[in-house]
Design a protein around this ligand. Structure first.
Ligand code: ZN
Length: 61
């Protein structure tokens, strides 16, 4: 499975700030510098962010 990374700007879904990302991978978690929300990179092309799930930290599998 190839490891793909992307760099560029994406918009925070919470506060709509432009966030600059460099060499991020899909499903990586980043934090918005504007509102502090935890964001998950859900797509690389185009770079798309979604709020990361903050509840259920314990994934009991
Ligand atoms: Zn934000």
């Amino acid at each position: 499975m190839p490891i793909e990374t992307a760099s560029g700007q994406a918009q925070c879904p919470e506060c709509f700030a432009d966030i600059t990302l460099s060499t991020v991978m899909q499903n990586e978690i980043t934090q918005c510098p504007g509102c502090g929300a935890e964001l998950e990179i859900i797509a690389l092309e185009p770079l798309t962010l979604a709020l990361a799930p903050q509840e259920e930290e314990d994934w009991g599998e």
